[in-house]
Design a protein around this ligand. Structure first.
Ligand code: KG4
Ligand code: ZN
Length: 351
């Protein structure tokens, strides 16, 4: 089955073609980062309008990459949530309109399930069951994954997501949005041991996270070290490193605990923050010590992209799941309400 995947939940327009037997045949991404950078974050209405401009040209681009025309598309998958409602509506509208015109099935996909399954696109995909750490701009969750749609939440952030903490720390250090990659790059120049940040909620049992206190700690450190504009570059790098070490250590400790509790030998990390090199290295070391393994997607498939939506959609479409006539757009949508592959699909929504 050849599936066109469409991702428009936030500030990236992603499109891909995934074939159930031949694999990924093409993918293209347009990032709106430059447009939102002036505002220090995503402006939802600007995001929606730009998805309108970019989506169809990107669909044509991936078809051209694969040497195919629209008539080759056998099904369409789009991100139905969670995300920005206007941005989701653009992807859902285009997906449903194309499906109607081509007379093919269409399915709304859960964005975080897309992230979770992105490592399946790699040459050595993880086998089920596994423990997954989902770390993006909006989510920090530990999930027991027994199969597609068989998700049990083990723990999650009680406040900020890890990516959000990176983005806010970047702002405090005078770095542009999105902050994660910039904080990581600055941290590479930092001197270890100059500052020591707390590892929140690691001193008590449990698998939940909290990153808002770390944000306050960063703010206090930055303030004590001088006004943001006048901070010495080396000091900024030292703070970035101390922050990154604290987040990575915290995530690593909770992942180790989750593996211990579940008895699983496979850990999957997914979502934008899973592109972080220090996090990957820490988890490689931790899992190696336990005789376990860690799996992640190539960096471009860690952040938002169409390939993960095409892949996740393809699995569910093959199982016979599809939308009715209505476009589905759900800003908030708990992933553990998704049906398993063999179950009828209800989305937890009124249809
Ligand atoms: O998965 P994603 O693209 O979008 C959401 O679904 O939220 O994740 C974006 C988040 C942002 O907070 C960004 O700062 C963070 O992922 N991020 C990183 C890195 N690359 C992206 N954080 C730390 N290190 C990175 N290399
Ligand atoms: Zn995402």
């Amino acid at each position: 089955m050849l599936v066109l995947g469409i991702e428009t939940s936030c500030d990236e327009t992603g499109v891909a073609l995934y074939h159930s037997e031949r694999g990924l045949l093409g993918h293209a991404l347009f990032s709106q980062v430059g447009m939102h950078a002036d505002y220090g974050g995503v402006v939802p209405e600007l995001a929606s309008r730009d998805h309108v401009r970019k989506l169809l040209p990107l669909c044509d681009e991936v078809l051209a990459q694969a040497g195919l025309t629209r008539s080759a598309i056998e099904a369409i998958a789009y991100t139905a949530g969670p995300g920005l409602i206007g941005a989701l509506m653009v992807g859902g509208s285009v997906a449903h309109a194309l499906a109607l015109a081509l007379d093919v099935p269409v399915l709304g996909v859960h964005h975080m399930e897309g992230h979770l399954l992105a490592p399946m696109l790699e040459p050595t995909p993880p086998a089920f069951p596994f423990v997954a750490l989902l770390v993006s701009g909006g989510h920090t969750q530990l999930v027991q994954v027994d199969g597609i749609g068989e998700y049990r939440m083990l723990g999650e952030s009680v406040d900020d997501a890890a990516g959000e903490a990176f983005d806010k720390t970047a702002k405090m250090l005078g770095l542009d949005y999105p902050g994660g990659p910039r904080v990581a790059a600055l941290a590479a120049q930092g001197r270890s041991g100059r500052y020591r940040f707390p590892r929140p909620m690691t001193d008590r049992p449990g698998l939940d996270f909290s990153f808002s206190g770390l944000k306050t700690f960063t703010l206090n450190t930055v303030t004590a070290a001088g006004e943001a504009g006048t901070l010495d570059e080396q000091v900024k790098a030292d703070i970035a490193l101390a922050f990154e070490e604290a987040v990575v250590d915290t995530l690593m400790i909770k992942c180790r605990r989750a593996l211990e509790a579940s008895g699983c030998e496979r850990l999957v990390i997914a979502g934008g923050v899973s592109a972080n090199r220090r996090l990957r290295a820490a988890l490689e070391a931790m899992t190696a010590k336990r005789g376990a393994s860690v799996f992640y997607a190539r960096p471009e498939f860690c952040t938002d992209n169409g390939a993960m939506i095409a892949y996740a959609g393809c699995q569910r479409l093959l199982a016979g799941q599809r939308d009715g006539d209505r476009i589905i757009a759900v800003p908030r949508w708990p992933m553990d309400t998704l049906p398993a592959l063999a179950e009828p699909r209800q989305h937890g929504l009124v249809d």
